[in-house]
Design a protein. Structure first.
Length: 90
């Protein structure tokens, strides 16, 4: 992995649907206390890049890039659960 922002965008562009990438923008907004509507860009990947570059610190970006890389490799939902979400066993 190289630059975490580039890694996030690369993984998103190769493996995520537009809806998943949009949900990831929403997750970043919620996690950082921002409004999703403030993510600037002409398309979902541009908004995702804006959110990752401007709203997260280096450590958060590295952890998120690792998370989505692992999850997509396993074929699982690449968007982390909402902060504070309760996980319930089935």
């Amino acid at each position: 992995m190289g630059d975490p922002v580039d890694d996030i965008i690369r993984i998103a562009s190769l493996t995520m649907s537009e809806d998943e990438a949009d949900r990831l923008v929403g997750w970043i907004a919620l996690r950082t206390g921002r409004s999703k509507a403030l993510a600037a860009g002409d398309d979902t990947l541009a908004r995702l890049r804006h959110a990752a570059e401007n709203w997260m610190d280096d450590d958060q970006r590295r952890r998120l890039a690792g998370w989505i890389a692992r999850r997509t490799a396993l074929g699982e939902d690449p968007v982390p659960p909402a902060p504070g979400a309760v996980r319930r066993g089935v």
